[in-house]
Design a protein. Structure first.
Length: 479
């Protein structure tokens, strides 16, 4: 099924869309029209292509994120990411590829938004669906960009023939992000047309995280609560650590927990899995072996050392392999595919899971009320119960009690829970930055002072040299 889905995406992306894929990565020099629903669908699927590559969400983006977390480190050519003094040329090249690929996807989204409504053989319902999906993806991409680069040039359907576009402010970028996400919420379907397609619930989840980043607690809580109250999602039950492979395994098509994932298959694989593993006589979690670019240490890293062994996530995610960095070195096995080939692993990249929604809600609801609430506590406890093998919806011996917390300590508990729950999903560093504790946590856990230039990625030369509306003053601090 996963193989069939990926073939559908590939076929649609190259059929009827050659004009889209061959245009300049950032601007459109010729109009492209879509007259039928099939042509429009192909155009929408072309949006996914660049962002799914190894140069973006397949490897480069999550690998960079995972190198900066408090619970782990990177090695090899990724080592400078974990030194927190700014990126070297090799890693600047990697994040530049992320920028270029994301703008290619934005360009393809802009073409859909501008031209699909002009189709002469497409129903209004289909137009709304395709434009809504394009706006969802554009919102998601700009949300990634503003948190990693701050303000960026805003390329939309209204200026896509222009080469030179000024760098927008952070506030201007967020205004578009919110507008697109609201439009997607209004026009996306209740259920996905196929696995990997967004729904209005995915849009509400995106909005919840957007509002969380903007400090709009009531709105964030409300959007998360809408997803929870829909009853459409539930945490996948587990009783032993290996049950988590029912969520992350390479053969999994979809689950009750999936809200929005980037879908991969062994024919077009998730490259990050290669970065996670090293083959040994005892372990072979990735067919070709792996380059073990990220690791942690169960003794020297306090987050891992203090992680309760009874938490089933710990045994599921970590495995001990001495890669020359010490006997307590651990690698990450959340994503595994022992029969993967050099084309990559079949695991999906979980962008939004139901666990994310519950933890967004726990934090936002408590902040909105300036104190932990019963509702916020229940959202936190659902994730925590499942981690210990208990039914997520039934009180358990591991439940937290509301009397144990004030607002500050409750938020700390949510942040800890989210760190364990989303480990190796490319989310932790952005959470630490959002909370304003990134430098503090790295100092506490690793005793490293984070340079200011390490907080945001450099604007790539591909943009500075191409876009004459920018000059050296537009570069981020330290680069």
């Amino acid at each position: 099924m996963k193989k069939i889905f990926t073939y559908i995406i590939t076929a649609l992306a190259v059929t009827g869309c050659s004009e889209v894929l061959e245009e300049n990565p950032k601007s459109l020099s010729a109009e492209v029209f879509y007259n039928t629903a099939d042509e429009a669908a192909a155009a929408v699927n072309a949006i996914y292509g660049p962002m799914r590559t190894d140069g973006a969400f397949g490897i480069n983006y999550p690998a960079q994120q995972e190198g900066m977390v408090d619970y782990g480190n990177s090695r090899g050519s990724q080592t400078p990411v974990s030194l927190y003094q700014g990126l070297d040329n090799t890693n600047i090249t990697r994040v530049s590829a992320v920028w270029d690929n994301l703008y290619q996807s934005i360009r393809n989204a802009n073409i859909v938004i501008k031209n699909v409504p002009n189709g002469n053989d497409i129903s209004q319902a289909a137009i709304d669906l395709y434009v809504g999906e394009a706006k969802y993806l554009r919102s998601l991409i700009y949300f990634v960009m503003v948190r990693n680069w701050k303000g960026v040039p805003l390329r939309t359907e209204n200026n896509m023939t222009e080469i030179n576009v000024e760098r927008a402010s952070i506030e201007e970028v967020y205004a578009l992000i919110e507008s697109d996400a609201l439009a997607a919420e209004a026009s996306l379907p209740d259920a996905p047309a196929q696995p990997g397609k967004p729904t209005k619930w995915a849009a509400k989840t995106l909005l919840s995280e957007i509002y969380l980043n903007l400090g709009r607690w009531e709105e964030s809580s409300a959007k998360a609560q809408e997803v929870i109250a829909s009853g459409k999602y539930s945490l996948v039950p587990v009783s032993v650590s290996e049950d988590f492979q029912k969520i992350y395994g390479p053969e999994v098509v979809t689950t009750s927990e999936e809200i929005f994932y980037f879908k991969y298959s062994r024919q077009q694989g998730f490259g990050l899995v290669n970065y996670a593993h090293r083959a040994t006589t005892q372990y072979k979690y990735y067919g070709p072996g792996g380059v073990y670019a990220q690791y942690t240490d169960s003794a020297s890293n306090s987050i891992i050392k203090n992680w309760d062994k009874a938490d089933l996530r710990k045994a599921h995610i970590l495995y001990n392999v001495d890669v020359g960095l010490g006997a307590n070195t651990c690698l990450y096995r959340k994503y595994r595919d022992p029969i993967a080939t050099n084309l990559g692993a079949g695991n999906d990249f979980p962008w939004y899971r139901y666990a994310d929604v519950l933890l967004f809600h726990a934090e936002a609801n408590a902040r909105a009320n300036n104190a932990p609430t019963a509702e916020a506590l229940e959202s936190l406890n659902r994730v925590h119960r499942r981690a210990y093998g208990y039914d997520a919806n039934t009180p358990s011996p591991v439940d937290f009690a509301i009397g144990d917390f004030d607002l500050t300590t409750f938020i700390d508990q949510v942040v800890e829970e989210r760190g364990y729950e989303t480990m190796y999903e490319g989310k932790r560093w952005l959470d630490l930055k959002r909370l304003g504790i990134a430098k503090q946590r790295i100092k506490e856990v690793k005793n490293i002072d984070v340079a200011e230039k390490h907080m945001f990625w450099p604007i790539p030369n591909s943009e500075l040299l191409y876009n004459k509306a920018l000059d050296a003053s537009d570069q981020n601090t330290g680069y």
